[in-house]
Design a protein around this ligand. Sequence first.
Ligand code: GDP
Ligand code: MG
Length: 440
Amino acid sequence: NLTSRIQTAMKTLSGKGKVSETDLDETLREIRLALLEADVNLKTARNFIKQVRDKALGAKVLEGLNPSEQVVKIVNDQLTAMMGEKAVPLNKSSKIPTVIMMAGLQGAGKTTTVAKLANRLKDENHARPLLIAADVYRPAAIEQLKSLGDQLSIPVFDEGVGENPRKIVEDGLKQARENKNDYVFIDTAGRLQIDQVLMQELKDIEKMAEPDEILLTVDAMTGQNATETARGFNDALGITGVVLTKLDGDTRGGAALSIREVTGKPIKFVGEGEKVTDLDVFYPDRMASRILGMGDVLSLIEKTQKDFDEKQASEQLQKLQENTFDFNDFLEQLKQIQNMGPMEDMLKMIPGMANNPAMAQAQIGPKDFSHMEAIVYSMTPGERVDPELLTPARRRRIAAGSGRPVVDVNRLIKQFKQMRQMMYKFTNGKGGLPAGMEDM
Ligand code: GDP
Ligand code: MG
């Protein structure tokens, strides 16, 4: 994830002694790459980097303690600032009804979001919304809205697929005024791509309805395209806010940053699932944390691949197959694991692990590794190759030499034997290697 990338980059640099401006730029390049991977568009990423650079130099982070932590903080603050600092509520009209018109590509989540928002207003503000079904291209779209309305006991206005959308909206608004609905949501049609016909239709609806809010719904999973979509709708129609949907997927949400920068319009809500309650206010600081440090399988894989010396691994595999895996190899493995960074960080990169209570138990800190290392280093070369030599007397000697209690030495030997046995079993088993290890 971004945080650990920044820290790794800066750590490598501070290993050289003093951190220079060139070193900072090195780190900034890492950050830029990470942002691009998180779906931030190129121009936004550049802009962002420039601002972080100015701030970092201005704050003289290079001369201070923990430059990497300071850079992380600046990055976090800057992400938050660029996404707008505070949550922005829905626009509200001084007289009822407040009219909210949806816009967005097909499948982005307009209809779902209408139901989510109306339901939220009903629950929290005792609002009495009316939903207008103005997507006349697919009968299923009208049915979808009606069924959501039924489920939530929220009225839906529709005239089937026979009328043109502008007329439907006109009639729907009339009904809303008569029934004193305080909110009106206009669910509109989408297209697979932005096109003139769609934009014209939306402009016609807008002219008729004079909405207080034109909410663009964007699918966060479309990555870089999300930003282009937002730009297109904003240029052609002029939006007032954005709902970023499908953030429950493994997308990193960098689109939030670009959309805000490119359109200048606030992201107001985020969709986090298919259920009607899966909607949340957009909090820029939370999104910044997500971009910086969410569970990130890709970078875990990348990290593992980079740090795992494949040649060594295959040699070790060979040894396992011949059952000659010894403490030297064990130590080698420990080192590799250690080079990948704290176990805790590794585990946190697996989605769902960061907040998993099991994490507390699974923590293997760098200290544990160095203890294990100390024990192995206290063995004689002979003992390292042949664990059978490890008599109780020798174990006591090793304990004294490594400064660890005998129980630690015993535990390590037991772990070593278990590992060797387990590896031997599955490398020599009938089924061959387990999935994913075939080419190790
Ligand atoms: P529309 O064409 O823009 O009206 O999109 P819909 O509201 O019909 O949504 C398209 C699909 O995306 C549906 O299957 C929704 O259930 C799903 N969807 C909408 N919002 C979210 C979300 O926040 N998370 C997830 N996982 N699915 C969503
Ligand atoms: Mg729809």
